[in-house]
Design a protein around this ligand. Sequence first.
Ligand SMILES: [Zn+2]
Length: 365
Amino acid sequence: MEPAGPLTVRRHNRGLVLAAVASAPASRAAVAASTGLTRGTVSSLVDDLLADGMLVELDAPRGGRGRPANPLQLNPSGPCGVGVEIGVDDIAACVADLTGTVRVVRRVQSRHRHRAPEDGLHRAAALVRELVAETGLTVAGARVALPGVVTPDGVLQRAPNLPHWQDVAVAAPLGDALGHSVTAANEADLAALAELWTGQGLRDMLFVSGGVGVGAGIVLDGRLFRGANGRAGELGHVVVDPAGRACTCGGTGCLETVAGTAALLRAAGVPDVDALVRDPGPALDVAGAALGTALAGAVNLLDVPAVVLGGVYGRLGDDLRTRVRDALRSRVVTLPPVRVLRAAVTRDAALHGAALGVVRDLVGA
Ligand SMILES: [Zn+2]
């Protein structure tokens, strides 16, 4: 292995300094002590980070002897991360500052099922510009959550609920429109990362994102498992009823046809998700049984200790959670029994995961 060059070392050390002040303000001396870097190295890095707007110096605490040290913290007015979500029936965006605080979130209706992708991308760019202008922050980058299989270079390869969005470049045209770096990823994967970073401290889990489609994010040892081609987690197209309804993917009886929002609204006899959450009725039995069947296969295969119910499932409450738990316990061979939890973030989780991912990359977390 070649020795790391001076630039690589400096970038690594810069990450150490940022990480040292990320959880709580710390003085230069405290940063040197916690990172093991020399005082001189820390001072030089801190000067650069102050000049770049990544750090701010707080006022020194009063009292005590000698010259008080100014604590350093991540700059809430520094570069920000933008999260964008292109859904089947809507577009959302949010802006997270360098400390990870989400400053503004907005979701607008925008039906993409039968429209050309250019239209959706144009609207997404307009929404981002609007939100960024409101915060007055400088954008470091954006990440887009998409309801399908996404390539590493930001092309939406396939999204069964968006028939016009096959092999559509999303990251590149949005980057051109916005004038900064844009990446894209699957929405359930990003929601799983939001749960990993801001949730209940689970480092191994199967995160299930319920919506028009049903996606899963697989987190093993604190890392997202994407599969050989980034397609892992297509839980919605696991067959739960071989004699069932036709699915948008071309198959029959997929989980999505029984436990996607369209099926749940039909089972509950209500017009929209808010009404479903208020009065789910028989929809909980339908979703609980179908999820139990699909998840039992996944849990037996992967040996994950916890299933986290997110998106609409997270909003449907403990009645759904206990149904899924009971269904799993009767079918899963692992001991101790798999835990079934509601997600910590049930609204906009993918959006938060997208924006926080940009910020964490900046900070080197
Ligand atoms: Zn399907």
